[in-house]
Design a protein around this ligand. Structure first.
Ligand SMILES: [Zn+2]
Length: 302
């Protein structure tokens, strides 16, 4: 990877529903000067306050990563961050008119396609690196969560997921410089277990983005009434269970779940604001563990 900073060549724009509110969101990714980093600007708020995509600004990781600085708060930043950072963008100003990014199809595919279409431009400033010189570890033993970073010449990330699920099984995927992010990682969608959302489904609380844009894993056989409810929620009549997943969204890769977890951790670790020279080994990672690791590294910046 080149050692000069880069920004996006032109403004790119996205609109879609927010995951939590179901409301329409417009998000514009604009070029930004060297050393600015990736910054979100809430253009719907008075004074258009900004929040930098940096680890110390993380305020919530319960359903995606949320950052906050004063009145500027933005949720579910990890997918756009993953695409921008992994595709070489160090500096960008993201104007957004809502408290969350559009969920799109649950992946970073649209983001990656637009970044590829307009391209990036080199800037007159050196990239900032984080050289991993010792091992960094974050783990939650009870949950089998473990993220370790060790010294290495290049950046690489290996993700393993195991949820004791007969449908998902044990999945693994690796990212390094040889991987085509746009084709192999960006299209991988977020997922949810049906049993996690069954109550919401019963209460009719499932909103637009939350399931239409996700793979739904069905661990146990479902009743006819549940199936009817699912079909009603999606406004479709033909949803079945195929190999443990709801058929409204066929799998894009056999290990799409591990690949999505990889997409997420690439985005969350971008919150360091520096390119990492080191190898990341992540077992059952999630936004909490990822951002804890980003904060741990941030504290070690000299
Ligand atoms: Zn995600």
């Amino acid at each position: 990877m080149s050692n000069k900073q880069r920004t996006i060549a032109e403004v790119i724009s996205f609109s879609g529903k927010g995951l939590h509110t179901g409301e329409l969101v417009t998000m514009k990714v604009c070029p930004a000067e060297a050393d600015r980093g990736i910054v979100f600007r809430r253009v719907d708020l008075k004074g258009a306050p900004e929040v930098a995509a940096l680890a110390h600004n993380v305020c919530d990781t319960s359903r995606g990563t949320t950052i906050k600085d004063g009145k500027a708060k933005v949720s579910t930043i990890e997918h756009i961050l993953s695409a921008l950072w992994t595709m070489g963008i160090d500096n960008a100003l993201i104007e957004i008119d809502a408290p969350e990014t559009p969920i799109m199809d649950g992946s970073a595919r649209a983001y990656a396609a637009e970044i590829e279409r307009v391209g990036t431009v080199e800037q007159d400033a050196e990239r900032k690196w984080f050289e991993v010189e010792e091992e960094f570890l974050f783990e939650i033993p009870k949950k089998g969560v473990r993220v370790v970073i060790t010294p290495a010449e290049e950046y690489s990330v290996n993700v393993t997921v195991d949820y004791n699920s007969t449908v998902v099984g044990v999945q693994q995927h690796r990212y390094d410089d040889s991987v085509n992010y746009r084709e192999e990682i960006a299209p991988c969608r977020t997922f949810v277990f049906l049993h996690e959302i069954e109550l919401l489904l019963k209460l009719g609380l499932i909103k637009g983005g939350s399931v239409e844009s996700a793979m739904v894993v069905v661990e146990k056989p479902i009743s006819e009434s549940t199936k009817k409810r699912i079909c009603k929620t999606f406004g479709r009549e033909d949803i079945e269970v195929e190999r443990g997943y709801l058929s409204h969204q066929p799998l894009r890769f056999e290990n799409e779940i591990a690949r999505h977890k990889l997409l997420d951790i690439l985005g969350d670790l971008a919150l360091l604001g520096r390119r990492i020279r080191g190898h990341v080994e992540a077992l059952r990672p999630g936004h909490y563990a990822n951002t804890q690791m980003a904060q741990l590294l941030e504290k070690n910046l000299k």
